[in-house]
Design a protein around this ligand. Sequence first.
Ligand code: GDP
Length: 358
Amino acid sequence: ALSIGIVGLPNVGKSTLFTALTKKGGLAANYPFATIDPNVGIVDVPDARLQQLADIVHPGRIVPATVEFVDIAGLVKGAAAEGAGLGNQFLANIRECDAICEVVRYFKDPDVMREVNHTGDFVDPASDAETIMTELILADIQTLEKQLPKLEKEAKRDKTLVPKLEIAKRLVDWLNEGNRAAALGMTDEERAAAKGLFLLTMKPMLYVANVDEDELTSEFEPIDGVTPIPICAKVEAELSELEPEEAAEYLADLGLEHSGLETLAQAAYRLLGLQSFFTAGEMEVKAWTVRQGATAPQAAGVIHTDFERGFIKAETIAFDDYVELGGEQGAKAAGRLRMEGKDYVMHDGDVVHFRFNV
Ligand code: GDP
């Protein structure tokens, strides 16, 4: 599953948000999530197309795509700067994530202390984001400095490691100038080599603006070129305690359709260039996640590795055709069911049935 690490300064609302994320409550119908680990919360990616398919197929269940949020405790100001180093567990957790989501304080409550950058203002998003970015950059410099001597030695024996060494050197300088790794101009090969260096600032970054309730529908200035997603952690915590109908009513009162966590899951999906394809049968209608540009065998592999290995064909119907023609039979009769081979590049919303050898 797609996983996102949550970071942020102390007292910005991370725990509040995370508690909402991992609480089971009675909300399974329209606010479903499960807990597999105290540090991991799973959120559905809302997709109205699932219901459209279900209206045709009448399946036993609907299974949406999910995003996994990981609570990355331990990123505090000065941890990297003071040379104490970041905990190994922390680094391992954050490295496994596909993206990083920073919670930034926008709520004004004077009762909640700002522990860092205290300028007298209760809200200073740009400065907070810069503080965290500096910590991430410092962590990356440490990571590189640890790897470089070994890499220098190994690259003398193994010439295939030279590109990795070269990009690592360029990155150290770049990071030392205060830049994030992802912002360095790199060729595709350099980017591939840089991937193996496990840098935090190579990962896509999302921002959550933890706002007051009355600002949930406001728009905010971009941070580092990315528009923050407004969420009210307090509201999320309250939503997680409600029954589905009550939760829906509460959201409607706030002028919202989805919970903040669902909106965040959706935004992460877009940011990471992901798309869905569907399988639709009597048992279930299910959304599966692939990268944009994924081929049919790669998509099959998301369902099962055997499907990819033994891939023969993908019986494919475009989502619009499927809905307009009333499902598989109608699409087939209208000549809209396509037999796609191994070079087919998946389209968002394809309804697929894979044929494979075992
Ligand atoms: P963390 O240190 O980032 O995990 O922050 P917490 O989740 O522990 O929140 C710190 C304090 O801010 C707690 O007293 C929360 O109740 C409060 N808080 C969190 N989110 C909000 C919010 O959206 N609005 C207000 N007014 N207070 C909040």
